[in-house]
Each structure stands twice: as C-alpha cells, then as structure tokens.
Ligand binder design. Structure first.
Ligand SMILES: Nc1nc2c(ncn2[C@@H]2O[C@H](COP(=O)(O)OP(=O)(O)OP(=O)(O)O)[C@@H](O)[C@H]2O)c(=O)[nH]1
Ligand SMILES: [Mg+2]
Length: 206
C-alpha cells in the first residue's frame, strides 16, 4: 500500500483530470476523517488536529498510483466565517455533481453523538447525488460495547443502511472491513455504475 499527497484545491477546476477513481471522506468537523485516512494508509499523510476545522481545502491523496482518497473539509464548525462556509458548500456541491469518477462517499459519524441534525442534512444531500455511500462510526474506542451497540441501532434505524463500519483510528479497528468496501467500489465495472445511475439506484453501485 502506497499513498502520497498530491494536492489541495479550493476550486474544482484544479482537481486532477486523469480520470482515476476517487473515494471521498466526508463528515462533521473533528469527526476523524483525516485520522481514518491515515489509519487506512498506515501513514501520517493527512493533517489531523484536536482543533476543529483543520482541513479547509479538498485534499487529494494518490493511493497505489491507481485511485484517490479525497479528504474533504468538515461541516458544522461554528467558528468558520459565514462567507467561507458558503464557499465550501458550493465547492462540495459542485464536487459531488461533477466528479464523474467519484466511486464512493464515506460518510463518517462520531459514534458518541451520531446522527446529528447536520449529519442528517448531509445524508439527504448525498442521497440526492446517487453515488454509492457507506457509513463509518468513528472513535469507537470511546464507548463501551453496549453503548456502541446503541449507537449502531440509532444510526441503523435512521439511515436503513446496513453497511455500517465501526472504526477506531487509534487501534486501526475496522480497517480491513472499510478497505473491502473501498476496493469493491474502486474496482467496480464502469458499465455497471453507469447502469446504476440510469436506474437511479444508489445501492446497486455496491
Ligand atoms: N480516541 C480517538 N480519537 C480520535 C480517533 N480518530 C480521531 N481522533 C481524534 O479526533 C481529533 C480530530 O481528528 P481529525 O482526524 O483531525 O478529524 P477531522 O475530521 O479530519 O477534522 P477536520 O479536518 O478539522 O474537519 C484528533 O484529536 C484525533 O486524534 C479515534 O478513532 N479515537
Ligand atoms: Mg481533517
């Protein structure tokens, strides 16, 4: 497994044009997106921080020279000025609409609070763009197994999504399961994802 930072962009026309598949990591500010990316890649490529709002641009990492991990800015950070927040929203909307080779969106949810109102809003927005979507509960080391089961049930009842990966970036738990989902998405046959799009079915992309 090799991973390297490629670039940070603030405008979509700066995004790579080499038509490689990409996997986007999205979630509330401080939920652990950059940490999950680092855990998956076994390196410290993505900048993490205890201060929310660390990732402010869209960051592209090239994995195995064959596909991208895309670390997105987190939503819901109160201290981001309104104009920046709007800019970010517009950039992300454009990103989801236009990135033809976006094969998978990984929506990360903090297991201690999920789903927040903003998570629910994001989920609706993402469902509308009809890309394959998977949910990850982050920071599971912070809960007892009973509390984690409760969190899982909460998210399951809300989303009806059965593929919910439990992740701890500290212990690398959930790593193999998430890699399996990612591999099957990036290796998916382009023809079948086109058909899925035409059928308007989000799930058949898996
Ligand atoms: N206990 C625990 N802490 C974690 C885990 N994942 C991330 N953290 C901590 O949570 C904080 C935020 O992690 P980041 O990976 O920077 O979160 P992010 O979603 O990329 O944040 P922004 O880029 O600011 O949106 C850091 O202090 C991490 O060390 C985890 O699995 N367990
Ligand atoms: Mg980050």
């Amino acid at each position: 497994m090799t991973g390297r930072f490629l670039k940070s962009i603030s405008r979509l026309n700066e995004a790579p044009r080499d038509r490689l598949p990409e996997v986007a990591f999205l979630g509330r500010s401080n939920v652990g997106k950059s940490s999950v990316i680092n855990s998956l890649l076994g390196s410290k490529l993505a900048r993490t921080s205890a201060t929310p709002g660390r990732t402010q641009l869209i960051n592209f990492f090239l994995v195995n020279e064959s596909f991208y991990f895309v670390d997105c800015p987190g939503y819901g950070y109160a201290r981001v000025p309104e104009n920046l927040r709007r800019q970010w929203q517009a950039l992300m909307e454009e990103y989801f609409k236009q990135r033809e080779f976006l094969k998978l969106i990984v929506l990360l949810l903090d297991c201690r609070v999920a789903p927040t109102a903003l998570d629910q809003r994001m989920w609706k927005q993402l469902a509308a763009c009809r890309k394959p979507l998977t949910l990850v509960l982050t920071k599971i080391d912070k809960l007892s197994s009973r509390e984690l089961q409760e969190a899982h049930q909460r998210v399951l009842q809300w989303s009806h999504q059965t593929a919910i990966v439990h992740y701890s970036a500290i212990h690398d738990s959930g790593r193999q399961q998430l890699w399996r989902v990612i591999h099957s998405a990036v290796e998916s046959d382009p023809t079948s994802s086109q058909i899925a799009k035409e059928l308007g079915s989000r799930k058949s992309g898996f």
